[in-house]
Ligand binder design. Sequence first.
Ligand SMILES: *Cc1c(COP(=O)(O)O)cnc(C)c1O
Length: 409
Amino acid sequence: MAFLNENYLKLKAGYLFPEIGRRVREFQTQHPQADIIRMGIGDVTRPLTPAVIKAFHDAIDEMASVQTFKGYGPEQGYDFLRQAIVDNEYISRGADIEIDEVFVSDGSKCDTGNILDILGRDNIVAITDPVYPVYVDTNVMDGRTGEVQDNGYYKGIVYLPCTEANHFVPEIPKTKVDLIYLCFPNNPTGMTIGKDELKRWVDYALANDAIILYDAAYEAYISDKAIPHTIFEIEGARNCAIEFRSFSKTAGFTGTRCAYTIVPKTLMAKDGKGQKYPLNQLWLRRQTTKFNGVSYPVQKAAAAIYTGQGKKETAETIKYYMENAAIMRKSLSDEGYKVFGGVNAPYVWVKTKNNMSSWDFFDLLLGKANVVGTPGSGFGPSGEGYFRFSAFADRQKVLEAMERIKKLG
Ligand SMILES: *Cc1c(COP(=O)(O)O)cnc(C)c1O
C-alpha cells in the first residue's frame, strides 16, 4: 500500500463551513417552514455586470471562428490583462509594478496555498488570529507545523492575535520570523491597516529578511483615502512582499475564477548556502510547469472591469454591498452590540453580548431568528466571542435579518 501525506492527518476535523452547513440542514429538517436568511459564507450574490458579460460573450464568439480561435495562452496571463492591471491597480497608485511581475491565475485561494511550493520548509511562519483558514491549513499540509495543541494553535506557527486591544492590527513579533501573512482589509474582522502601520511591517520585514504575503482581496472596498490599496504603495515593499489580488470580491468572479499575484523581480530569497535568488523566476518556473493559464474568455471578461463602463458598474455593485454593511452596522449597534469593520470591507465583526460563545450565538441566531452568520471562533481562538456577518446579501434579506435580530432584544 502506498503512503499518504501524514501532514493531512494533523488538520483539525470539521472545517468551519461544513459544520455550519450541517447545523443549518439539521435545523431546516426539523423546521421545514423556516425561511432561513444566509449571511454566513463570504460569497457574492450580485451578477456579473453588463460590460463584463459583453466582453465574455464576444470572447466566446472569437473561440467559435477558425481565424480568432485561441488554444493555450501564456501561463502567466495575456498581456492585455496584465497591462490593464499594472496601469489601473499600480501605476495609478504610484506603485512601480511591471508587467512581468503580474501572474494571472484562477484564484487567490490557490495562489496563497501554491506559493509555499517555492518557499523553504524551514521558514518560521507568522499568521494572524483570527484568520482566513487557508493560510494555516496550507502550511499544515506542507509540513511547516507540528500537531494542533489544546489552545487551538498548531505547534511551530507564530500566531499574531488581532483583538479589540490592538484595533485588530497585529503587533510586530518579538521573535524573528521569515514569512508573515497579512490580509487587509481583513477577512473576517473587516478592519484595515493604515500606511504608517503597514510601513512598520515592511520595515520589520526588511530588517529581518522576512517576506510579507499580503492578501488584498478586499482592496476594492476601501473608501477611506488614507488606507493603502496595495502594499506596494509602501516604500521598500518591492524587496519584501508578494501581493495576492482577486476579481472574486471586486467584480463578482467567485464562480468565474480570475485573480493575480504580484511577485516583484527585486524580491529575493536564499538557499542553504546563503546564495540569493529572485523569487519571480521561481514562481514563473512553478506556474509554467504546474499551471496552464486562465481561459481566454475569462481574462477578456476580467479586462472589461478596467473599461470606463466596467469601472462604473463595478463601483455600483460595491456601493450596493457597502450600503448593506452600513445598514447592518447601524442596526446592530442600535441593538447594543459592539460592532467593528464594515466601513472599508464587506464584513461586519460583532462582539456577542454577555460573553456568549460564538457557537452559542450561532445557534441562538439560527434557532430564534433563522439567520445564519459565521462564528468568529471558526477563524481562530482570538475570534471566540465574535461573529461575522457578510454584507454580500440581497438588500431585502439584510433588512429582514436586521428586523428579526431586533426582535431578539
Ligand atoms: C475570498 C477571498 C479570497 C479570494 O479567493 P479566490 O480564490 O480568488 O476566489 C482571497 N483571500 C481572502 C481572504 C478571501 O476572503
